[in-house]
Ligand binder design. Structure first.
Ligand SMILES: [Zn+2]
Length: 458
């Protein structure tokens, strides 16, 4: 149904191309009165009360105070870890360091799994859910990048200093606070770092983790950013490399043969005309093209990399079903143009190079409410953020409650190769504090004044 709806919407929008309203995003609602603004999001009274009760427990107060005192040590650890190179597919050195840090914090069974993730267990009193709290070990920066961190005007500059050295450090701060305060949780918490979150890493760490650990009930990834914005929706992406191998030949002597580049040009022209819905936001682009060998040769090679994204799995599938066949149609057109014989045709090879599943969850789920109530209880003006693409995509797409939480502090120039990524430590302790309180609310607290876990066991 969703697919049919998307296609009919494509047709409807395509029908008004001449009116020039395509792309404004409001074409369908013209003439109708604007929808009333939804009431601001709020956690329910029971969830707010449960989080409030946890926050007032003496041990929890102690933990929260510890995190504030631990601020400088957390930032120092963040800088140290950021200076350990961790390029895509080469996370070994940082993983070994992180494994040591997790072990020193007293977690059980700290190990590196088959995929390369490192994690250990903090066991609860029993009967509660199991939560995995993670940050990602990899960066986008290739081997050889100068990862030295510089401090200037109160900020820290360095590739990966925020993304995700902040997440890694905030996570260790949470584990330390749990240890210092001696809190006994009801559920189990797995803490660790994942590999392959960025780019062509394609979430391989988190994919591997959930293949090995199917009993996990919930997931949190700590990424850079303010802890007052909570992400609970996942933007999915599918990325392809589409190649057009052809016969090639001399531009004059072999004139009359089909060209790989011309075929790809036809494909791109078709793709460029695709119309996608503004809601759910669905996008595409041909990001990289390569091909040909010489100006005086009919190109026998051409390839392009295409990125497609959507916040809705059905819309993403519909876009893919529309876009991918265009390559073959374009090659057929090019072959027909030159009446190419069977052994001199341009062909098409399609290769999936990226697959990040899209997904949605109920904003009123216990997990979203608990994190919202926790950040709010710490005095933050909390909001639910727009969808993004992180390790949380994978569990969300599987129906496992999952969130991206901010590690705290300010950040900028993330992933930039031209301007240095930076981290501003001001009030950064609010990141680990929010995660600490969220984790306790989700897995519950044991002891004299027990508070039941909000996260359901699956
Ligand atoms: Zn990240």
């Amino acid at each position: 149904m969703a697919r049919a709806g998307f296609i009919s919407r494509l047709t409807a929008v395509a029908g008004v191309v001449g009116l020039g309203v395509v792309g404004c995003g409001g074409g369908e609602t013209r003439g109708a009165s604007p929808p009333a603004a939804p009431p601001p999001y709020a956690a329910s009274a029971p969830v707010t009360q449960a989080v409030g009760a946890i926050k007032e427990l003496p041990a929890v107060r102690k933990g929260l105070e510890f995190i504030e005192r631990d601020h400088q040590a957390t930032v120092a650890e963040q800088v140290t870890m950021s200076e350990i190179p961790s390029p895509p597919f080469h996370e070994d050195q940082r993983a070994a360091d992180y494994l040591r840090r997790l072990t020193e914090l007293g977690l059980e069974d700290v190990h590196r799994d088959k995929t390369g993730n490192v994690y250990g267990l903090r066991r609860g009193s029993g009967g509660g859910p199991t939560l995995f709290v993670s940050a990602h070990l990899d960066t986008v920066f290739p081997p050889g990048t100068d990862v030295k961190v510089e401090q200037k005007d109160g900020k820290y500059y360095g590739p990966g200093i925020s993304d995700d050295a902040r997440g890694l450090a905030a996570l260790l701060g949470v584990v330390r606070a749990l240890r210092e305060s001696g809190i006994q949780t009801q559920g189990d918490v797995i803490f660790g770092g994942t590999v392959g979150e960025e780019g062509l890493g394609d979430l391989r760490g988190v994919k591997g983790f959930f293949a090995e650990n199917q009993q996990v009930d919930g997931f949190i990834t700590i990424e850079p950013g303010a802890p007052d914005q909570i992400t609970y929706q996942a933007t999915g992406s599918r990325r392809y490399k589409i190649s057009f191998p052809g016969p090639g030949g001399h531009s004059f002597g072999d004139f009359g043969r089909p060209s790989s580049l011309h075929a790809m040009g036809r494909a791109i022209a078709r793709i460029a005309e695709i119309r996608t819905p503004a809601q759910p936001k669905t996008t595409f682009t041909v990001g990289v093209v390569e091909g040909g060998t010489s100006v005086n040769a009919i190109a026998g090679t051409a390839s392009m990399q295409v990125d497609m994204r959507s916040n809705d799995p059905a819309a993403l599938k519909a876009l893919e079903d529309q876009l991918l066949p265009m390559a073959q149609v374009a090659a057929d057109e090019e072959n027909a143009r030159w009446n190419a014989p069977a052994d001199k045709k341009v062909t098409v090879k399609t290769e999936l190079i990226g697959d990040r599943p899209a997904g949605n969850q109920d904003p009123n789920s216990p997990m979203v409410q608990a994190s919202f109530a926790a950040a709010t209880a710490l005095g933050q003006k909390t909001t639910l953020d727009t969808p993004s693409s992180t390790d949380a995509n994978l569990p969300i797409s599987k129906g496992i409650p999952a969130l991206r939480l901010g590690g705290g502090g300010g950040e900028g120039n993330t992933h930039s190769f031209t301007d240095k990524e930076w981290f501003d430590p001001k009030d950064a302790h609010l990141g680990p504090q929010s995660t600490f309180l969220t984790v306790l609310a989700l897995v519950g607290v044991a002891g004299e004044r027990p508070v039941a876990p909000l996260l359901p066991s699956r």
